[in-house]
Design a protein around this ligand. Structure first.
Ligand code: SF4
Length: 318
């Protein structure tokens, strides 16, 4: 991993509007609430948190699959949110996404060769021969045989399909990949193969990977740094080892305590209630309704981010 910053996210907000509230009133879902984050070239940055915390929305906003309400996403100095059509097309060549479900993300009616050919035909003017060479190279890179290019997705196992999805993400030689829960739809027995493949690719090609996951064991093995997300906000961010050995935020401590392989003390921190709805975010510190350490001021005042390499938003560290 290098120290060069590849992506800078500044005060990013993403909102949805829905009509399904009480009395059919319009509800605003605050999915991402003022996220600021640096992603360094060649690192695997994991974004972790409970389902519904906004991590997948953040991932999609990073490559403009979701529109942002405000903020900036600077990649190589350019603000992704203001790119015009031509620059956006260029940007998409360098930023790819691997989705959670390899059963849904590959078109069942297309042969693997055609699935891999599509992004090359749309985004480049390479010759037929060059496209064929790239496809053969990338399919081998993920540990599959050239013969599989003539088959359809249903002829593969879940792990093999995820390898194909990864090779599709690689055909344009991206420098930045977002992997959204890349192993959670796979059997435990094959999760390790895909995890090891991502690690190998990152090391071999100095790829930058944003790993979206709720699985703390996957994070411990794969990530260089971890950002912990709660109700659309990053509440703690540090090197993986620091998060696992000296977690600071009460929410991070609770997340880690729920993983038996990580929590050797056996003392589990049980949080009060469920994750509040992102349509109804608590005042003050968003975590105060569930925090075992909450103080009076947490109900009304917002903690600011403190720290340099180990950042945390909590009054306990002010
Ligand atoms: Fe808990 Fe208060 Fe810290 Fe929020 S600011 S995490 S409520 S102690």
């Amino acid at each position: 991993m290098q120290d060069k910053t590849l992506v800078t996210i500044k005060d990013l907000y993403v909102e949805y509007h829905s009509n399904r509230g009480i009395l059919n009133r319009k509800k605003t879902i605050h999915a991402v609430n003022g996220v600021s984050l640096d992603i360094k070239k060649g690192e695997i940055l994991a974004v972790a948190g409970e389902s519904g915390c906004g991590k997948s929305t953040l991932a999609k906003a990073l490559i403009r699959l979701e529109p942002a309400k405000s903020g900036e996403i600077l990649i190589n100095g350019k603000n992704v949110l203001t790119l015009d059509k031509i620059d956006l097309k260029e940007f998409r060549k360098h930023s790819q996404m691997v989705f959670q479900n390899p059963y849904a993300s590959l078109n069942p009616k297309m042969k693997i060769f055609d699935i891999l050919k599509e992004p090359l035909e749309i985004n480049t003017d390479f010759s037929k021969e060059k496209i064929e060479d790239i496809i053969k190279e990338k399919i081998k890179l993920v540990g599959l045989d050239e013969n599989c290019l003539e088959l359809f997705p249903h002829e593969f196992s879940g792990g093999q399909r995820q390898r194909i999805a990864i090779s599709r993400a690689l055909v344009l030689n991206p420098e930045f990949i977002i992997a959204d829960e890349p192993v959670s739809a796979l059997d435990v027995s094959i999760q390790a193969q895909v995890i090891n493949l991502l690690k190998e690719l990152k090391e071999k090609y100095n790829l930058t990977i944003v790993l979206i996951t709720h699985d703390m064991s996957v994070i411990q093995y794969l990530a260089d740094r971890v950002a912990i997300m709660y109700l659309g906000e990053i509440v703690e961010c540090a090197k993986t080892n620091d998060i696992f050995t000296t977690p600071l935020h009460p929410y991070t401590k609770a997340l880690l305590s729920s993983v038996p392989q990580i929590n050797k003390t056996g003392r589990k921190i049980i949080l009060k209630g469920d994750l509040p709805s992102p349509a109804n975010i608590p005042e003050g510190c968003k975590f105060h309704t569930r925090c075992p350490n909450a103080m009076e001021k947490c109900k009304t005042c917002k903690p600011q981010e403190k720290g340099f390499s180990h950042k945390v938003k909590c009054f306990l560290y002010e």
